[in-house]
Write a protein that binds this ligand. Structure first.
Ligand SMILES: Cc1cc2nc3c(=O)[nH]c(=O)nc-3n(C[C@H](O)[C@H](O)[C@H](O)COP(=O)(O)OP(=O)(O)OC[C@H]3O[C@@H](n4cnc5c(N)ncnc54)[C@H](O)[C@@H]3O)c2cc1C
Length: 136
């Protein structure tokens, strides 16, 4: 199998995933972790797109905990939203309070999606059976 060679014409793998969005990259991660030779094909050349939000919700963070990549995620620059509130004249109201959630992270994380996607692709170093081909 030829890996990580962007100008290569022939790539062989046991499993080919078309689309390097969150679903494709996480599936590639899970297969590679099970030692399945996997290639993820993404038609865009990079992750520098800003058409989605940048919020990573507690349920998503919990899945990252279960996958064992939460610590790496939290090491990257991010902001944490623990509560949402509003002030109307003298009246303060809490709109959302994440402190009671039964998850490890009781907050919504804010991180640019290209940083988040790069983190998910960064698993390639730890998992030699996965390759990413961008701009195909
Ligand atoms: C405006 C907006 C804001 C959002 N904000 C948030 C948010 O803040 N937090 C959150 O958790 N979710 C958010 N979402 C939802 C989130 O973006 C989606 O749930 C998620 O992107 C779905 O992932 P996916 O991998 O299924 O699909 P996609 O993200 O659509 O990934 C599919 C990938 O396949 C690639 N592709 C398609 N066809 C081909 C092809 N023929 N060959 C190669 N590659 C191909 C595409 O380029 C794309 O990268 C938002 C969505 C939108 C639209």
């Amino acid at each position: 199998m030829q890996q990580n060679i962007p100008d290569s014409k022939t790539i062989k793998a046991c499993c080919c995933i078309v689309g390097g969005g969150p679903a494709g990259i996480v599936l590639g991660f899970l297969l590679a972790r099970a030692a399945v030779e996997t290639i993820v094909l993404e038609k865009h050349a990079d992750f520098l797109r800003d058409f989605r939000g940048d919020t990573i919700h507690p349920s998503t963070l919990e899945i990252m905990y279960e996958l064992g990549i939460l610590d790496k995620f939290l090491q990257r620059p991010h902001q944490e939203l623990h509560q949402l509130g509003a002030q109307i004249d003298d009246f303060a109201v809490t709109i959302a309070d994440f402190s009671h959630l039964p998850t490890h992270c009781k907050f919504v994380a804010l991180m640019p999606q290209w940083d988040f996607s790069k983190l998910r692709c960064g698993t390639r170093k730890a998992l030699p059976t996965i390759s990413f081909a961008h701009g195909v």
